[in-house]
Design a protein around this ligand. Structure first.
Ligand code: S3P
Length: 175
């Protein structure tokens, strides 16, 4: 496989962890868009949101995706809101096989409430925010992804193996 495997999904669905696991199993380097943005910007995502707001963060995200268009043979794990912009959704589909990691709102709440590094959930009602954001974003993940995986009943090894099998099948099909 020479193309990219790209992970999209809401905050707390395990994109970074699964990305690392795929990277180890396939010996593909991993690109984590959030980490790369923090490295390039020399500041954290909460700092970017606080200093410049969400729109500026989205601009940075789109610029990063454009710059990655020529990459191949990578695992790319993305920030949960990357699918909001249509341009991003199109870029992602061009860049490789897009997998949407799905988890229930309850599971997302449990996973994201462990730390406060997600500016969009740093408010009085994170559970309500998760439900609202999911409502608007689910159609966008669906539109962008080639495949979705329900993660709630599966462990990380099972998810990793499932992704590799389906990616091999996808990349082996004639154009
Ligand atoms: C965001 C998700 C975060 C990060 C930023 C915005 C979102 O990434 O990009 O806080 O809009 O859902 P994770 O999905 O890795 O938490």
């Amino acid at each position: 496989m020479t193309e990219n495997i790209i992970l999209v999904g809401f905050m707390g669905t395990g994109k970074s962890t699964i990305g690392r696991s795929l990277s180890q199993t396939l010996s593909y380097p991993v690109i984590d868009t959030d980490q790369l943005i923090e490295k390039q910007q020399g500041r954290s995502i909460p700092e970017i949101f606080e200093e410049e707001g969400e729109d500026a963060f989205r601009d940075i995200e789109t610029a990063l995706l454009r710059s990655l268009l020529k990459q191949s043979g990578h695992i790319i794990s993305t920030g949960g809101g990357i699918i909001i912009r249509e341009e991003n959704r199109q870029l992602l589909r061009k860049m490789g096989y897009v997998i949407w990691l799905v988890a229930s709102p309850e599971e997302i709440y449990n996973r994201t409430s462990r730390n406060n590094n997600r500016p969009l959930l740093n408010n009085e009602d994170p559970a309500g925010t998760i439900r609202k954001l999911l409502e608007t974003r689910i159609p966008l993940y669906k539109e962008c992804a080639h495949l979705s995986i329900e993660t709630n009943q599966l462990n990380f090894d099972e998810i990793t193996t499932g992704i590799i099998e389906s990616a091999r099948y996808y990349f082996s099909k004639p154009e």
